[in-house]
Design a protein around this ligand. Structure first.
Ligand SMILES: *[C@@H]1O[C@H](CO)[C@@H](O)[C@H](O)[C@H]1NC(C)=O
Ligand SMILES: *[C@@H]1O[C@H](CO)[C@@H](O)[C@H](O)[C@H]1NC(C)=O
Length: 401
């Protein structure tokens, strides 16, 4: 009986973030129980990269969020979007300052454009989260969830590029600091929103698995065989690679880098993510070796040699993170799935951050033009490959059941 009650409670709590009608009823029941909501926000925020920022911006919405992981993720996205909008306004007003150099105006305009892209991507993510809420089945849910994850990851990448333009000697110190602080804050909010979206996706994967077992016990094999046949009637392997690449931020790079692996990938989402990681690792290894070679060249200035060394170190971290991810990807199984998948998502995001830190070191006028262009170009390719791998991993995670 106790077990039955527990199951019933589980169904109720799941429906809580699935059905708006039930949600309203439960909210009414819970009116006044906002301590519970605050505790929920606090414990959820602990799993993000910037827990204090998370709690500070989201606790104000405790009454609206209650204990719904879906609304928590949606609110985090909405808060991030509004921060990005006010940052855009702030940065665009800077062009009105008198006596700015042409170079400074350019940096401001570039930055506004980047923030504009961020806003665009966050807006798309908000829309996809809404569509997740009205999804009729797991396939639809997984599709929109993966889009929301990809758009949010892409927004994170824009913010890095924007703050790059304000490093080096461009701009007066105070303005620069103020712009960077705001952009860094939008970056932290975005990163937190992404963690909360991933957490919601994971909870839903558990729900679908549960629902699946429930249905299976009623309909026995019908559901499973239908699902399987849908998957096996897919077209050729190359088309599978192409179709999955549409989920990534750099689809063309995705197709060119992965279509040679299509016979290995067949129609497996897992192998696709695995292959994307393998290719990213190979590319990062080659670039790291190239940089070690270049940095021993006597024609480099001391400043360039030190930036190169720092970058090789960052790339070393990237290699380590990718190797660990590939290791766990190969050992993924039903019992360790949640833990390993969480590790992989965390490591690959960290690898992306390290790559951007590495390319930051090559900003500024002091650097030799050729070295700068060479290194930044190579690092950018690795970052794009990493971002694609992350999108494929997120997609795989969201359809897993
Ligand atoms: C910002 O993005 C919107 C839509 O993506 C576009 O119409 C607009 O021209 C962009 N503005 C700037 C300043 O880039
Ligand atoms: C990834 O690389 C490992 C080790 O080199 C290899 O065994 C595996 O088959 C590769 N997997 C894919 C999907 O490319």
């Amino acid at each position: 009986m106790a077990k039955l009650n527990q199951t019933f409670f589980l169904i109720l709590s799941i429906c809580y973030f699935l059905s708006p009608a039930l949600t309203a009823a439960t909210t009414a029941l819970r009116a006044g129980a906002s301590n519970k909501a605050v505790n929920f926000i606090q414990s959820s925020c602990k799993t993000t990269t910037y827990p204090a920022v998370c709690f500070h911006s989201l606790s104000a919405y405790a009454n609206a969020i209650q204990t719904s992981p879906k609304r928590l993720a949606e609110t985090a996205l909405a808060v991030t979007l509004s921060r990005a909008q006010s940052t855009k306004l702030f940065v665009s007003r800077l062009t009105r300052f008198k006596g700015l150099k042409k170079r400074e105006i350019e940096a401001i305009k570039d930055c506004v454009e980047e923030i504009n892209d961020t806003i665009d991507r966050l807006t798309k993510s908000v829309q996809e989260m809404k569509l997740c809420g009205s999804a009729k089945n797991q396939e639809q849910f997984a599709f929109h969830m993966s889009n929301a994850q990809t758009w949010t990851s892409a927004a994170l990448t824009d913010e890095n590029t924007c703050s790059d333009g304000f490093s080096g000697r461009v701009m007066d110190g105070r303005i620069k600091n103020s712009v960077r602080a705001r952009i860094v804050n939008v970056g932290h909010e975005t990163s937190n929103a992404l963690s909360l979206i991933n957490a919601f996706a994971k909870k839903m994967a558990v729900y679908f698995r549960f629902n699946h077992h429930f249905l299976a016990s009623l309909l026995i094999t019908i559901t499973i065989t239908t699902l399987k046949s849908v998957h096996t009637t897919t077209t050729t392997n190359t088309e599978f690679v192409k179709s999955l690449c549409t989920f990534t931020t750099y689809p063309r790079l995705c197709v060119t880098s992965l279509s040679t692996q299509s016979s290995l990938i067949q129609t497996s989402h897992k192998l696709m993510a695995h292959a994307a990681l393998n290719i990213t690792l190979a590319s990062a290894k080659a670039t790291s070796a190239m940089m070690v070679r270049v940095s021993s060249s006597s024609r480099l200035k001391p400043r360039e040699v030190s930036a190169m060394r720092d970058c090789v170190e960052e790339l070393g971290d990237t290699l380590e993170e990718l190797r660990k991810s590939i290791g766990e990807m190969g050992q993924l199984s039903g019992s360790n799935y949640e833990v390993y998948m969480n590790d992989i998502q965390t490591w690959v995001s960290a690898a992306l951050t390290d790559e951007y830190t590495c390319s930051d070191g090559f900003e500024g006028d002091e650097m030799n033009g050729k070295v700068k262009v060479l290194v930044r170009g190579r690092i950018l390719i690795i970052a794009h490959l990493t971002s694609n791998a992350l999108a494929l991993i997120n997609h795989f995670a969201s359809i897993h059941c």
